[in-house]
Every structure is written in C-alpha cells, then in structure tokens.
Design a protein around this ligand. Structure first.
Ligand SMILES: Nc1ncnc2c1ncn2[C@@H]1O[C@H](COP(=O)(O)OP(=O)(O)OP(=O)(O)O)[C@@H](O)[C@H]1O
Ligand SMILES: [Mg+2]
Length: 524
C-alpha cells in the first residue's frame, strides 16, 4: 500500500490505551478513541475526568505511562520526542488554561514559537507583522490590535487568541480544550465560522465542552470519560442528551434548573442593594438598578457592554467616577474589596478569572475556602482547625469536590474543580449579596446543577444575587429579573414572564420594545 492509500485507510487520529498517573491519582486509565479525517469529535466528562490530561498527552506536554497515538497511521513518539513529535505531525492545541504569555504583545504571542527569520537568527519584523495581520484578517479578528499586550486583553479576547494561535499554524489535527467556556453568543458564532472553515479544509478536530448544545451543533461523534476511564464513543445523532448526562456523571438529573419559587420577591421596604447613576469612564454610563432580598437578577448583554465594570465596582475592585451605592438603604463607600466583604456591608464576588483573582493557588482546597473567614476560626491566636475543617468539608462535599482536593494545592486541580472552590469560598462568608461573574464557566453539568440549587437556596433564604453569565439560557431559567446592558447603560429590564432568549438577545443588540425601556426606567 502506498503512503496516500495508507493515509486514506487510517483514521486521522487514533488514541489507544493511554494511561497516566499523578501520584495517587490515576488521571487516565487505558483511554482510547479514533477520529476520522475532517470529523469534529467531542470529548466529554466531569471536572477532573481526565480530558485536559489527555489533551496534554496528545500535545506532547505530558508523557503517558502507557499507550499509543497515531496521526494518519503514523505513530507519534511522545515519550522520546515530546511536544516536537506532536507538532511535526500537525497537532495544534488551544489549551484550557490559556497558554499565551501575558507580558508579550498579541503579535509576538501569535508568532511563538517560531517567527519568520532571516539568516537563521534575525527576526524579520516586516514579514512577521504582515503574517500576523494576514492571520487576524483571515480569522476575522478585526477588533484586535496586534501591538497590545496580552495582559491588557479581557479574558474572552484571550480565549479567541488562544484558538487563533492554534489555527494559524495550519493544523491537521486541532485540539480545543474548552475553547468556548468564556465566549458569549456572538463569539460562539465567530467560533462556529472557524469550525466550518476548518471542516472545509479537512482538518480533524477534538473539541472539549460542558455545553451539550455545542456538541449537537459542531460534532459528529463523542467520547465520554469518567474517572480517567473510557465510558464509550457514540455518533452524536444516536444518543440523547439525557443519556449523555447519565454517562458523564454516572446518574440521571431530573431537571437541570431548579423550579422558581412560588411567590416572587416582595419589592417592599428597602432594596438589599441600590445603584444610582453609577459611572465609570468609558465603561458605565449612569447605571441605576436595584437588587431586592430574595431575588436573582441577571446582567445580560453582549460581552464588554459594562457588565464587568458594574460587578467589579460593586465589589470595590473597580474605581468609579460618580454615582451612589446603597446597601440596605445606607450609602457605602467601596474603595477596595475589604470594604465590600466587611460584615456590615457583606458583598462578595465570584470573579471572572479564578486563576489570577479567585484562588491562592499554592494553598490547598480547604485553606482557600476558609480564607475569607479565617478570623472565625481563630481563638487567642490559635486556629480551631477541627471547626475550620468541618465547615469547609461540608461545603466542598456539597460542591462535589473530590476529598483529595482538601489537602493538595489548588494548582494541581482540574479547571472546573478550581471554579467550584472559588464559589464555595464565598458561600461560606455568609454575605447577603453575591456578585457572580460567569460562575459556571468550565463547570460540568452535575456541578452546574448543584450551583443552580445553591443560588436558589441562597435567594430563598433572603439573599440577593447579581449574576452575569455567558450562557443566555442560564439567565432565562434562573433569574427573577434580567437587566440587559448596552454600551455601558441598562438598556432594558425584563421581569419574570417576559424573560426569553429572544428578548435578551434583541435588547443586547440595542433594539428593544419601547415598553421594556420604560419599564427599566420605572424599576430603578
Ligand atoms: N500536574 C498534575 N499533578 C497532579 N495531579 C494532576 C495534575 N494534572 C492533573 N491532575 C489530576 O488529574 C485529574 C484529571 O485532571 P484533568 O485536568 O485532566 O481533568 P479535566 O477532565 O480536564 O477536568 P475539567 O473539566 O475540570 O477541566 C484530576 O484529578 C487532577 O487533579
Ligand atoms: Mg480540563
């Protein structure tokens, strides 16, 4: 058989019996699957199931203990050649924990690891810049300035750049580890166009996501792994959503979203939080809204319309240029998060980027959870470790974080487990007002369900939640009201019964029925 015939006969990617152990954790146990050329194949599994470890093995960054990988029938010798072997076979990866270097410009990041060179060592700047511009143009990244430092880019932009960098290097096999986790609907459309183009070029794609909708939309086949073991591979059209959930988490979920309470919040007396004419130059333009006890309010809108500035300002982490913030009727000054979390105020934030903002990565899971309330466990300078352990353990158990996570530094947790700990950390503070910035990013279906229940319980107990999500469906299903932002302003507010994906999207794009604009004014 000649080489071309051999290529045609072999699957584009064949993974066999891959095993990998980290200390006591068997991250992968004889996992295998195959993907045909031009196919988009989903890899599904709970947080910590082993998906990213598998991606790192395929990228040559983690040496497996056993198993083999072939691309078009050609064995990739990861153990001997590492990342170079994967790269030479045309494997390119967009990593879950974005691998861009913050201190370099976007252009330099796109050029890594090998910029066009002249005479072997001098970087040819002119050619390099033209190449970068060509890439940004071809991939429809017109809003991106290649001279900006990556550190200045918001997370969703960094995520698109991580994808772009992998695509720009002309992959034969493209590995995408939760590429859409921080993308909202408009960016997911951008992603969809990239997938279509790659499919047209015959590129083979492995795609990790926790959103079943995306699996249906983009993938032909799927493989499920649980606790490092392969559960099975299926054509997407042959398996129902319910069956996928059951195989992913090992049990059925009756309903993903909790029912709404029978009575809606009272809207009487004083609101838990009132924001009046809040301004942040270039980001918030006279924003007024209120949050009542017992209510979950969504902050909708396209990415970058001021949601981030609003939530961070309310946590004292974003300087403001005017406006008043009242907590239970009393004006408060929030110059730093310390002002926000102190007992009389009680505002907590689950931030966007757990890695840099949400967690002390060197501390273990329990220490992270009890960190904001550590004074509670301190008596005469001694820590009451037994009590700290009991409280943290019960929360982490509730969030289904593996008990091992209690003792190990957060650095070694899977992405979703880090997010769960970032949330548990704030639930323990007993704040009355919770600001949640995309709290289910990268969280698996089973735990999402737990987080939804916790949110509803928190509200039912009289707490208030201001909630931004990149997943419109979450807003529709969970919120009592949704305020949609457009260009730094609250464009419309929808009350229960009026909230729908269409209404939110319409307002997000700037158009909205007059009646809702008037209502937004009335509800301030
Ligand atoms: N470098 C490491 N050292 C120790 N343990 C590790 C390391 N990398 C991963 N693990 C462990 O291996 C297991 C699998 O992790 P992995 O990151 O592959 O999960 P995942 O399926 O990608 O999860 P998520 O959906 O949360 O991203 C987890 O228990 C994790 O804690
Ligand atoms: Mg992962």
């Amino acid at each position: 058989m000649n080489l071309q015939a051999a290529e045609a006969a072999s699957p584009a990617l064949q993974v066999e019996n891959i095993s990998k152990r980290f200390g006591a954790t068997q991250a992968l146990d004889a996992v295998g699957f195959r993907v045909g050329q031009g196919e988009v194949h989903a890899l599904l599994g709970e947080n910590g199931a082993g998906k990213s470890t598998l991606v790192k093995v395929l990228s040559g960054l983690v040496i497996p203990d056993a198993g083999s990988i072939s691309v078009f029938g050609d064995r990739v010798d990861i153990a001997r050649q590492g990342a170079r072997a994967a790269h030479d076979r045309g494997i390119r990866t967009a990593f879950q924990e974005i691998s861009l270097i913050p201190d370099l410009t976007i252009a330099d990041n796109l050029l890594l690891p090998d910029a066009p060179r002249r005479f072997g060592f001098v970087v040819d700047r002119g050619a390099a810049n033209r190449w970068v511009e060509g890439v940004l143009d071809r991939l429809e990244l017109h809003d991106i300035d290649p001279r900006a430092d990556v550190a200045e880019c918001p997370l969703p932009m960094r995520q698109r750049l991580e994808i772009a960098r992998a695509i720009a290097r002309e992959p034969r096999v493209l590995l995408l580890d939760e590429p859409t986790s921080a993308l909202s609907s408009r960016d997911v459309e951008w992603f969809a166009r990239r997938i279509e183009a790659l499919r047209g070029q015959g590129v083979t794609i492995v795609f990790i996501t926790h959103r079943m909708r995306e699996v249906r939309r983009f993938c032909e086949g799927l493989t499920i792994i649980r606790n490092g073991r392969q559960v099975g591979s299926f054509p997407v059209e042959d398996i129902s959503d319910d069956d996928v959930v059951r195989l992913v988490i090992g049990r059925s979920l009756a309903a993903t979203f909790p029912p709404r309470p029978e009575t809606s919040p009272a809207y009487e007396g004083v609101p838990a939080l009132a924001v009046k004419n809040l301004r942040v130059k270039g980001q918030l333009d006279d924003v007024s809204l209120s949050l009542w006890p017992g209510e979950i309010v969504g902050v909708g809108g396209l990415q970058g319309m001021g949601q981030h500035a609003l939530l961070y300002a309310l946590f004292g982490a974003q300087p403001t240029d005017g406006g008043v913030i009242e907590v239970r009727g009393e004006p408060v000054r929030l110059s730093s998060p310390r002002d926000a979390i102190k007992p009389g105020v009680g505002i907590s934030l689950v931030p966007e980027d757990r890695k840099t903002e949400g967690l002390a990565l060197k501390l273990n899971g329990r220490e992270n959870v009890s960190l904001p309330v550590i004074h509670r466990y301190s008596r005469f300078g001694w820590l009451d470790l037994a009590r700290e352990r009991k409280d943290a353990d019960s929360l982490l158990d509730r969030m289904q974080v593996h008990p091992r996570a209690l003792y190990r530094p957060c650095l070694s947790f899977s992405g979703g487990n880090q997010q769960k700990i970032a949330i548990a950390k704030w639930l323990i503070t007993e704040s009355r007002i919770l600001l949640l910035f995309d709290p289910t990013r990268g969280v698996d279906v089973g735990t999402k369900h737990e987080i939804y229940l916790l949110m509803r319980e928190f509200a039912n107990a009289g707490g208030s939640i201001l909630f931004y999500s990149t997943d419109v469906l979450e807003m529709v299903k969970l919120c009592d009201r949704v305020a949609v932002m457009y260009s730094g302003k609250v464009r419309a507010t929808f009350a229960e019964g009026e909230i729908s994906e269409e209404a939110i999207m319409d307002a997000a794009l700037g158009g909205v029925a007059r009646r809702n604009v008037e209502k937004a004014a009335a509800l301030k």
